[in-house]
Write a protein that binds this ligand. Structure first.
Ligand SMILES: Cc1cc2nc3c(=O)[nH]c(=O)nc-3n(C[C@H](O)[C@H](O)[C@H](O)COP(=O)(O)OP(=O)(O)OC[C@H]3O[C@@H](n4cnc5c(N)ncnc54)[C@H](O)[C@@H]3O)c2cc1C
Length: 341
C-alpha cells in the first residue's frame, strides 16, 4: 500500500458501492490500472445496510440478497486486482501541471491519478446539529452525534435529544447503566417503534416532550447542565447532566467534492451521455449523477453508467483510441480464469 500513494493510476474510482465495484471490474477489463478509494471500512456502498433484503431487479439474477450481491460484486471487482483503499474520505482535488490529479483524503494521504470516476452515491451522511448557541464547544467531548462506546455513559447523567428510533434505542440501551437518563423531544409524540416508546416508561427514563434544549452551561468542554424549554408555555427548567447525545437524524453531503468546480444541481453531479462531468478528466456514475432520462436510485443504472464512463476514460487517456466497448466474451484473461486454465 505504501507504493500505492506514489503510483499514478489510470483511473481512481472514488466510492466502493455497486457502481464503483462494477466500474473497477470493467476498468480492469479495459487494461487500466485502477484504484478504488472508499470512505467506509468495507465495500458495497448502501448494500450492506440492507444486506438481508432480497433484490429481484438485477438483470440476469432472479433473486439475491443485498449481502450476497455485495460478495459477488467484490469477487468480480477483484478479477483484475485493483488497489483498494479503505476508510479514506476523499476531500480535495488538485490538477497538476502535467494534467494528472492529486487527491487528498481526510487522513491527509495523497493519491495520484490520470482520471477520476466519482461513484459516491449521495456522499456521506452528516449529522444534523443541535441548534443551541455554543454547542460546538462541547462537541466530541461531552456532546455526541455518533454512537460512542456505551461504557462511557456508565454512572453518568445523560440527556438524549430527539424523538426517532435512534433516540429511543439509545435511551433504552443506556437506561440500565447511566445514573440518570432523560430524553427531550420537540413534539408530543415520538416517531419511534411504539413498543419501544412504551418501554421508556418501564425503564425509568425521564421523558420531556414538547420541549427542547435551550441552553447548555458548563466550563471549557465540560457540561454541567442544560436549560430545557417547554415549547407551549416557554417555561424553563434546569437539569444537571454530564453528557448529551443528539439524535436529530442526518443528511447526505458531497463534502469537499462540492468545491471541485463541478456542475452540481441539488446534490447531483451533472454529466453528459458518457458520464463526463463539467471538468475534463473527471467522470461520475451511479446514484450521484443527473442527466436527461436518468433513472434515479437503481443499481442497474450504475451498471451501464460505469462502463460508459470507463470506455470514455479509455479514449480520454489515449485520444487515438475510439470510444467503444469491448465484449467480455472476447477477453482472453477472463476466458482463462473461468475455464480454470
Ligand atoms: C433499503 C434500500 C433498498 C433498495 N432496494 C433496491 C432495489 O431493490 N433495487 C435497486 O436497483 N436499488 C435498490 N436500492 C438503491 C441502491 O442501493 C442504490 O441505487 C445503489 O447502492 C447505488 O450505488 P452507488 O454505487 O451509485 O452508490 P452507493 O451504494 O451509495 O455507494 C457510494 C459509496 O461511496 C462512498 N463515498 C461517498 N463519498 C465518498 C468520498 N468522498 N470518498 C470516498 N468514498 C466515498 C460511500 O461510503 C459509499 O460506500 C435500495 C436502496 C435502499 C437504501
Amino acid at each position: 500500500m505504501a507504493n500505492a500513494t506514489k503510483l499514478c493510476f489510470d483511473v481512481t474510482i472514488i466510492g466502493g458501492g455497486p457502481t464503483g465495484l462494477f466500474s473497477a471490474f470493467y476498468a480492469g477489463m479495459r487494461d487500466m490500472t485502477t484504484k478504488i478509494i472508499e470512505a467506509a471500512p468495507f465495500l458495497g456502498g448502501k448494500l450492506p445496510y440492507y444486506s438481508e433484503k432480497f433484490l429481484y431487479d438485477v438483470g440476469g439474477i432472479a433473486a439475491i440478497t443485498a449481502g450476497d450481491l455485495t460478495k459477488q460484486l467484490e469477487k468480480q471487482a477483484s478479477t483484475f486486482e485493483p488497489t483498494l483503499v479503505y476508510s479514506q474520505l476523499i476531500e480535495e482535488m488538485e490538477r497538476l501541471e502535467d494534467g494528472t490529479f492529486r487527491l487528498t483524503s481526510n487522513t491527509g494521504e495523497k493519491h495520484l491519478t490520470r482520471s477520476i470516476l466519482l461513484t459516491i452515491g449521495f456522499g456521506t451522511l452528516v449529522a444534523n446539529k443541535l441548534e443551541v448557541p455554543g454547542a460546538a464547544q462541547y462537541e466530541g467531548h461531552h456532546l455526541h452525534y455518533r454512537p460512542v462506546n456505551v461504557e462511557r455513559f456508565r454512572d453518568k447523567r445523560v440527556l438524549i435529544s430527539g424523538g426517532g428510533d435512534t433516540a429511543v434505542d439509545w435511551a433504552l440501551a443506556l437506561a440500565p447503566l447511566a445514573q440518570f437518563i432523560g430524553i427531550v423531544h420537540r413534539r408530543e409524540e415520538f416517531r419511534a417503534h411504539e413498543g419501544n416508546v412504551a418501554l421508556l416508561q418501564k425503564q425509568a427514563v425521564a421523558v420531556m416532550t414538547s420541549s427542547r434544549i435551550k441552553e447548555i452551561y458548563g466550563q471549557d468542554d465540560r457540561i454541567d447542565g442544560v436549560k430545557i424549554e417547554r415549547l407551549d408555555t416557554e417555561e424553563l427548567t434546569t437539569l444537571e447532566v454530564d453528557e448529551i447525545l443528539v439524535c436529530h437524524g442526518s443528511r447526505p453531503d458531497l463534502g469537499g467534492i462540492k468545491d471541485w468546480g463541478l456542475a452540481i444541481e441539488q446534490d447531483r453531479i451533472l454529466v453528459d451521455a458518457w458520464m463526463q462531468t463539467s471538468v475534463e478528466g473527471i467522470f461520475a456514475a451511479g446514484d450521484v449523477v443527473e442527466y436527461p432520462g436518468k433513472l434515479p436510485g437503481l443499481i442497474a443504472g450504475g451498471f451501464t453508467e460505469g462502463p460508459a464512463a470507463v470506455n470514455r476514460i479509455k479514449a480520454y487517456l489515449n485520444p487515438r483510441q475510439e470510444v467503444k466497448p469491448i465484449w467480455s466474451t472476447d477477453h482472453a484473461k477472463l476466458s482463462a480464469i473461468h475455464s480454470g486454465s
